[in-house]
Write a protein that binds this ligand. Sequence first.
Ligand code: DCS
Length: 499
Amino acid sequence: MKSFIEKSNPCVPSSGYFEYPFNIMVYFGIMVLKCEYAVRGEIASLAQKLQQDLQANPGSHPFEEILYCDIGNPQSLGQQPITFFREVLALCDHPALLNKSETHGLFSADSIERAWQILDQIPGRATGAYSHSQGVKGLRDTVAAGIAARDGFPADPNDIFLTDGASSAVHMIMRLLIRSENDGIFCPVPRYPLYLASIALHGGTLVPYYLDEATGWGLEISELKNQLETTRQKNITVRALVVINPGNPTGQVLAETNQREIVEFCDKEGLVLLADEVYQENIYVSGKQFHSFKKVSCSMGYGDNDLSLVSFQSSKGYYGECGRRCGYMEVTGFGPEVREQIYKLASVNLCANISGQILASLVMSPPKAGDESYESYFAEKNGILQSLARRAKTLEDGLNKLEGATCNKAEGSMYLFPRIRLPNKAIKEAESLKKAPDAYYAARLLNATGIVVVPGSGFGQVPGTWHFRCTILPQEEKIPTVVSRLTEFHQKFMDEFRD
Ligand code: DCS
């Protein structure tokens, strides 16, 4: 039987994109073909294959286990969920437990109380039913109250859209903003690949602005101005600016003064500010603090009609509930006609999953002083964050000791993004294999050590520079092994290709 692709009709007119085989173009949208997502790329597939090899044939590779440093997925590497979150989720999903006397010995009093509150907010107390497309109103009230408590400025539940992770919120906004390939979205380089993928899927143009590695991945307004001017000359209308704070893959935390400049720039140039703040609680260095763009713009006196701002939050955070697909976006500074269109887009998906919606409300309103869970909640949270800070430091120090490598601090988020200076011979070898040099390095590293990282080329980087992204997430006791295996591999690699 012929495959799906082989059955394609060769008579379909060409769209002018010659980089894809003609028969593939016939069946798949060009936006899909142009979409790339490096985090689940070639290296991830190789890791999966090696994992299967090790299971089927222990001893078949020079390492016993795969050390995943590629994806920001803390619970897949053994991080334990926050007890309070899970208790409330379990009780909401199985309310019959609330009427059992044993439950009071097993669950904390505040998780029982919170579960009742949440169930009362959900029509029919049914967590298996669709909700309002923007999310359950009572849960949005809680999220808005949490934002107001965080920022010291009011938040309106009608501005909150609960979503299946931050990704679906980002797609929704790209769909809204992009009308044609003449619409551009400013994105940092390097940046998390979701933005490249989503802009491609929606047929727009990614307009890069470069973060300055030499100043700890600084975001310079002069760079934004230059890139904006160049882009306008190409007849591209830049509609929005994406800022990822804390950064992925770069790990930097923006200073408030810098954020003020960014707000002013967006205001002056009429850009929508897309603030990706999914790592807002993952901060590891004293002297750095997270400030939401909502707070910064409010403190500058910007009112609702002065700046169009969308802020994204997610189930990632320090709690690492990635698979729960919880998220929200807070949408301010748009007129009612635009809001109506956003609501329409949300309705096309019917609603976000209810567990994720509940989790969003818990993340933004954790236990308070006096609640039974208060102390254990903070002990769990601080335990995770302190361990991540130690892991980040050990890895950063190890990476900075590699020949020719330099690595900025992970001030926040979950990643380090070291620059590696590869010998010319290694670059030539990679090119002869039609691979980006950092992808070649990452594949060699994986085959030799079982360590999985993501090549820098998937995030964008200054041409001619090479990097990789390494998460700080392997269990703390495994971090020394990651450092020692990486160090040994790197030295051998450099020696092999020394000019
Ligand atoms: N924004 C940033 C900066 C991210 O890092 C991620 C996920 C998302 C949005 C999407 O989050 P949701 O899970 O809420 O959709 N980060 C990916 C990464 O870099 N590794 O794992 C996932």
